[in-house]
Write a protein that binds this ligand. Sequence first.
Ligand SMILES: *Cc1c(COP(=O)(O)O)cnc(C)c1O
Length: 425
Amino acid sequence: MSVIEKRQSDKAIALEAQYGAHNYHPLPVVLSRGEGVYVWDVDGQKYYDFLSAYSAVNQGHCHPKIIGALTEQAQKLTLTSRAFYNDRLGEYEKYLCEFFGYDKVLPMNTGAEAVETAIKLGRKWGYEKKGIPDGRAKVIVCLNNFHGRTITIISASNDPVATEHFGPFTPGIVPIPYNDLEALEAAMGPDVAAFLVEPIQGEAGVNVPDADYLQKAHAICKEHNVLLMADEVQTGIARTGRLLASCGNCDCPEKNCSGTPDVKPDVLILGKAISGGVLPVSAVLANDPVMEVIRPGNHGSTFGGNPLACAVATAALEVVAEERLAEKADALGRLFREKMQEIIDDTDLVRLVRGKGLLNAIVIDDSEDSSTAWEICLALKENGLLAKPTHGNIIRFAPPLVMTEEELLDCLSIIRKTLLEYQQS
Ligand SMILES: *Cc1c(COP(=O)(O)O)cnc(C)c1O
């Protein structure tokens, strides 16, 4: 790296430090271009992206089909608000409902908004359909969840960094341990409207529950007339080797399996990759008996369902189907964990690899608050691969799903080399 180039990335970092709120702690790399599984920094250095913007870029960076839809629609109509109809929204809603097998969708923008929407929907359904006395509705959530950053959502968080000095919090939230059916059963009752759960806890470190957890949780919910609300913002859209992680192990990896999924959540929450990382697009899907409690004026968003988002999200989902990304994620994920296990066997540095599809994590064999994972990520960056620790000693590995087998093997050799070098240093 030349001195001038070094100055360029230093300058970008210094500007953020001076003018931006310090609400993130990024890896020191300044990116200026992306294509497929690769990103380039301002110095022209090329990297494998092994985070995919927290699984928003499943379709790869700047996918030509999605960018084509973006630029085409951007020249026609971008925003009408919902005060008027637009010619894209209905088509998009139909496409989305058929793609995932639901009666209706409520379009929003960010993942947090979609979760917030689901909580509102769940509560309203609880009062109007289940007959919960007004003001008493409860939503069960899981410990170590990540559902976003709004006040109500952090009211469901037990992460002190995310919650400290942000109170008072929203009442009516009941936390239980993840992957614990007994705790779920015990938390049930006449005032419970919904159970909000991630099929795999991504931010918490790719915690994969028992294979039948969601299915049994759904049965408990049904028994107590409680809505199962699956937050698939990170796990959805092919990431875990199925169209949705709640599809579980049903054997139709490449296509819409809304016909015979293991679990069909009563409320499905999507975000991130629904736009291929091009625009903030999110959605809440449910069938009519649930969604019909929402009437004009109850909820909305100026940008939700805008024509640009509709065009982009439709193209992004078409890419998922056309390029069989769920199937690819399933096959590549198996290869990744197999080869990663071989690396683990050759080093004392890593305790285990876990995950599903191409949502995986390794746990560094160290205390939870050590800086080893961070240092390994810095070393991976030097070797041309970008990943980020999640929760102390855990590194999440989530490359774009458009990766080829050859590229994945190349990445694995970078990871092997980096870990072995790190161990010797
Ligand atoms: C990222 C994420 C969210 C929040 O999405 P934003 O677009 O950042 O608001 C919610 N739930 C899960 C599981 C996520 O991974």
